[in-house]
Structure formats: structure tokens, C-alpha cells
Design a binder for this molecule. Sequence first.
Ligand code: DX5
Ligand code: ZN
Length: 218
Amino acid sequence: MIKVAPSILSADFVNLERDIRKLKECGADYVHVDVMDGLFVPNISIGIPVVSAIRKITDLPLDVHLMIQQPIRYVEQFCDAGADILTIHAEADTVENNQKALRMIREKGVRAAVSIKPGTPISALEPYMELMDMILVMTVEPGFGGQKFMEDMMEKVRALRKLMDVRMSGVELGVDGGVNLDTGKICVDAGANVLVAGSALFKAPDTAAFIDGLHKLV
Ligand code: DX5
Ligand code: ZN
């Protein structure tokens, strides 16, 4: 089953509560929250207090994507703020610290995930195989919404799908960046089961129909 995770980076921040409530009505599976620190990526978005506030107004699982340096420093706080899935980046710290961070996330009862940037090979995920509940393949350079989908990332998605079917049953495989109904189909065909979509989803004239369209891509 395909899961749709709208990225609220493209929501109307003045009306964030309205937009998040609408996502539930429209059939979204997760709420994808992009956290940026201005160091790991050249942009700053939202942080812990906003995650806590969102937690109060939705019972949809919060899928929090940390695009921050040395995420180990903050993972416990994001778990306490209400994350249900917490994603760190393989590139953001040493293997040892990232492994520790993933363990800390799971100890909090939160699902742990690792994301890789477009230039990072899937071999970078190898040290985390036993520690991940989801893998998130970036299909744009992290930092901004509204960028063009990088189809050449599908090679990684296909390779991961094969590997995961054999070694990691129950682990989810997500894609993030430039996903719309056309590129979403490419991702699903390659083996992704979680589709993060920001600008295309929030720009769609009929949000429910857009989410339904992604759900039906299988
Ligand atoms: C990019 C973020 C994405 C982004 C996706 O750094 O991780 O989640 O919001 O936005 P679109 O779908 O517009 O590419
Ligand atoms: Zn994201």
C-alpha cells in the first residue's frame, strides 16, 4: 500500500492548522515536517516548538525529517515533541554517532529512519541496516521545495527495494522531492512505498483527488 506524506514546507504557514486538518480529511497518511538548520542545508525552516504545536492538532503520524548537522544533539527533543517517525541524514555525522542517534530514537518508542542525499550511494546505509524502520531517498538536493525530480535516483530505489525485500521486511522505502502524479508513478514502479509531496500537493486544485491519485499508483 502506498502512503502519502504531504510536506508542510509548502503549506500556508499563516494557516498551518487549517492546512494540516485538511490533510487528514483528504486522506493523507503522514504529515512530513522538514526541519532545516541553515548548516546541513542552506535554508532554515521550523523546529521543536512547531512540531509540539502540530502534535496538538492532529493524530496523523508526524514524519519529521531532520536536515540538521549532528542530529544526535536533538533527536530526544524531537521525539518528546511528538514525532512518530524521525529521520536523520547519513551525511550529517559520523557512523558511530548516527548509530547512537538511531538507537536513542527507538528507545523513545519512535520509528527511526535514515535519508541519503542525491550524491550519496546506498552503501552509506549499510551500517544502519538493523537500526532503520524507514529509508528516505532524496530525489532533489535537500533544502527547498519546488525543485525538479531527479529520475536518476530510481537506480538507488530499485536496488534498495531488492535488498529490502530480502533483508528488511517491514521497513518502508520513501522518496522525497519533486513528487507529483507522474514522477510518483516512476517512484512506485521503482519500489517506493512512501511518497513525500510538497509543492505539487499543496498546489493541486483538489487535494483529496491528488492524494487519491498517488494512493492508486500501485
Ligand atoms: C526538501 C524537503 C522536501 C520538500 C519536498 O529539502 O525535504 O520534503 O519539501 O517538496 P517538493 O515536493 O516541492 O519537492
Ligand atoms: Zn523532506
